[in-house]
Design a protein around this ligand. Structure first.
Ligand SMILES: CC(C)(COP(=O)(O)OP(=O)(O)OC[C@H]1O[C@@H](n2cnc3c(N)ncnc32)[C@H](O)[C@@H]1OP(=O)(O)O)[C@@H](O)C(=O)NCCC(=O)NCCS
Length: 177
């Protein structure tokens, strides 16, 4: 069974493990150059990067048994990070994390959710109801110059509404038929 809970500092090594496996997977899938791959693995998978990167935002982990198998970081209306360990793909874990992102972003009152992705995840996000709204160039970091796709989802219907207070039943007319 998969459980999604808030990420804590003690999760940082496990999240590093998930992020590293995900970047190795993406490097093969998306044909990153050797330099891009090396920079991603060296610069973006260490506890010194992953800890502050995830914990400064609203971050969550997906846990299977006692193992962390996915991670999410939300910043305002943006999904900044969403990773599932490649051995666990297509088991619904990405969906659980996406729904958590929608929930927290909608509860904060944002009408739209935004996510930027380098390509592989586009069909996943479209399946979640997001639509492509543009393309951007990555401006810094290991993937500088790479084109990323920007997607958005209208989440206004997700916002929690205050429950209507139940009005008391009108007194029954004993003479009514
Ligand atoms: C994208 C990602 C988060 C999806 O996670 P996941 O746990 O495999 O997703 P789910 O199992 O919840 O998939 C739900 C549905 O999304 C769609 N989907 C998921 N991955 C897909 C893919 N590679 N291609 C096409 N559709 C896909 C499918 O419709 C899937 O349903 P199905 O398995 O019943 O067909 C995961 O592949 C991942 O971590 N990738 C590497 C990191 C990454 O790209 N992150 C996004 C950065 S913004």
């Amino acid at each position: 069974m998969i459980r999604v809970r808030k990420m804590e500092r003690r999760d940082v090594p496990s999240v590093c493990w998930v992020v590293q496996a995900a970047y190795e997977f993406l490097a093969d899938e998306q044909g990153y150059s050797r330099k891009q791959r090396r920079r991603l693995l060296e610069e973006r998978c260490s506890p010194e990067w992953v800890g502050p990167q995830f914990l400064r935002w609203r971050s969550f982990v997906a846990v299977s048994g006692r193992r962390v198998v996915g991670a999410l970081a939300v910043n305002g209306a943006d999904i900044e990070e969403l990773f599932v360990h490649p051995e666990e793909h297509r088991h619904g874990i990405g969906t659980r994390l996406f729904l958590k992102a929608e929930e927290v972003i909608a509860d904060d009152g944002h009408p739209h959710l935004i996510v930027r992705t380098t390509g592989y995840a586009v069909p996943f996000y479209e399946g979640m109801g997001a639509r492509v709204i543009g393309k951007e160039r990555v401006t810094c970091g290991p993937l500088v110059g790479w084109q990323c796709t920007v997607l958005s989802k209208d989440i206004t219907k997700k916002r929690r509404r205050a429950r209507p207070v139940a009005s008391p039943e009108p007194p029954r007319d004993p003479h009514a038929t």
